[in-house]
Design a protein around this ligand. Sequence first.
Ligand code: HEC
Length: 159
Amino acid sequence: MSSTPEPDTTLPVPQPKPQPSAAGRYLFLFLLGLVLGIVAVVMLLRALENRKTWRDHYPHASMQLLSAHVAQAREKQDANRCNPTDILPHLQSLRSLGNDFEAAFLDLAQDRRFVEHAGNFRATLDSALSSPPLNCTGVGEALSSIGAACKACHQDFRN
Ligand code: HEC
């Protein structure tokens, strides 16, 4: 007796492999491009940053140092430490940083008003140093006239 064997239905029927979708491929290429693009931009920015010289950093650096000394003097005042030994070093640093304005901002140094603001700033520091504040009230007054000298120049020259 011969009969055709029944197909074994328990075996999995081989399915055709699903084709990778075009959308998936585009997404992969897009992400790859994005990552390479970011890497390239970071490298470019670092290269540009490395090409900067002291002259490029000078304006920002001198302003940041001015801020640092004003902030430290304020902290001393807030902590009620207003002896001349606490405050004078900051006033002296501010005074000598005041000599840098024209050298740091070469293009503005031609401007009469800029030079005037720079001179007023130095004069404010000279008078604070010639009669140094002896208590926290005096420190507060010195700091507010210094702040006014910063602000006067910024109003005209800081965009
Ligand atoms: C004679 C003018 C002048 C005086 C005085 C002056 N500044 Fe400036 N300051 C500038 C200019 C101009 C800029 C803008 C710099 C730029 O963006 O290139 C600036 C920018 C700054 C900035 C931003 C710096 C940065 O990295 O972009 C700070 C912080 C600052 N000044 C703090 C001070 C403090 C604090 C004082 C006073 C103790 C002061 N400045 C006094 C001219 C002055």
